[in-house]
Design a protein around this ligand. Structure first.
Ligand code: DQA
Length: 144
């Protein structure tokens, strides 16, 4: 099974961007860690990042025929994008939402997520380890 791991805006700067909040690992480090774990779990992963809402939506549409599950960190679009929620609602497999930081500990505008309405599960505040945990969970959901 193929799992899409989608990352939203500004996450290309992971490791350089507010490391006190997001840590010092880069998105390439996260990708490498997910790739290594995917082999152990027997799933294949496609790891993607875009700063553009429409690109993320196009990838979600692609996932409809190319992926069994989606792990998504929509970044700031989490809190704004009905369009990403609508796109995820066209996808039939499991969706897991990841946030590196604990959004509930931060500004109140980060407390609401449009995507959570569609996600089977949400991870927040586990740092970049959240991606690995989500991938483990996704593998068990897909094995069911
Ligand atoms: C984030 C949290 C969002 O509020 C923020 O806009 C991000 C990253 C996280 O991973 O903690 O860009 O999704």
């Amino acid at each position: 099974a193929t799992v899409y791991i989608l990352n939203g805006p500004n996450l290309n700067l992971l490791g350089k961007r507010q490391p006190e909040i997001y840590g010092s690992d880069t998105l390439d480090d996260v990708n490498a860690s997910c790739a290594a774990l995917s082999e152990k779990l027997g799933v294949s992963v496609k790891f993607m990042q875009s700063n553009y809402e429409g690109q993320l939506i196009d990838w979600i549409h692609e996932a409809r025929h190319d992926a069994a599950g989606i792990i998504i960190n929509p970044a700031a679009y989490t809190h704004t994008s009905v369009a990403i929620l609508d796109a995820l609602n066209t996808f039939e497999g499991p969706v897991l939402e990841v946030h590196i930081s604990n959004v509930h500990q931060r500004e109140s505008f980060r407390h609401h997520s449009y995507v959570s309405q569609r996600a089977e599960g949400v991870i927040a505040g586990f740092g970049v380890q959240g991606y690995d945990l989500a991938l483990r969970r996704m593998a068990s959901l897909l094995a069911q």
